[in-house]
Design a protein around this ligand. Sequence first.
Ligand SMILES: Cc1cc2nc3c(=O)[nH]c(=O)nc-3n(C[C@H](O)[C@H](O)[C@H](O)COP(=O)(O)O)c2cc1C
Length: 218
Amino acid sequence: MNNARTDELQRGRLGATRALAAGFDGVEIHGANGYLIDQFIQDGTNLRTDSYGGRVENRVRFLLDVTKAAISVFGADRVGVRLSPAGEFGGMADSNPMATFGYAAGQLNPLGVAYLHIIEPRVKGEVDIREGGAPVAAQHLRVIFNGPIIAAGGFDAESAAAAVRDGDADLVAFGRDFVANPDLPHRVQNDLPLNAYDRSTFYTSDHRGYNDYPFATV
Ligand SMILES: Cc1cc2nc3c(=O)[nH]c(=O)nc-3n(C[C@H](O)[C@H](O)[C@H](O)COP(=O)(O)O)c2cc1C
């Protein structure tokens, strides 16, 4: 193993070790949304000519290295992986996303990770780009990945229930509605209306849009 790869593994271990020391129960490896691991995976951004670039086996290597490093700290049942097949955020692009992410999902099987968290191609960052439709990314990857699938991106209570009922995903994650509804599960369970989120406060640095959305009164 070359030195650069040893460094990457140690860095992955260090992050997980700090998370463990801080009291977290597990970690989710962020391989989505144009962050570093995603930049390695997708061939629109990975222009490397070493063993981490070129064919898909090389581009997915960094994801697997980091995942293995986290597993060595937490154990596989405490490590999940988040991917965004067809993710366009941050200028991401791949010439064959289904093949690329299908390969990645298949390689996660023998590692025994706790779950695969997939962002559907209906959102770009926090902006909707396609409304509704079946969760295609989850459908495609669930026949490859053996463990639990979490789907995210543009779901409401109804479409989330449908995705689980139809077997497209095992769980559904919510982003924006949770930002605006501190009691989201209570509201969904009791069929209460949701607070609308205010996009202008999503990326600000004070309390507004952070801890001032009201709880339901019933
Ligand atoms: C304010 C805000 C910050 C976010 N930050 C991140 C992030 O750092 N990393 C990430 O992968 N997704 C991030 N997301 C995306 C969410 O994790 C989620 O995938 C997205 O909002 C789609 O789910 P939704 O339709 O339920 O909101 C963010 C979303 C919002 C609204």
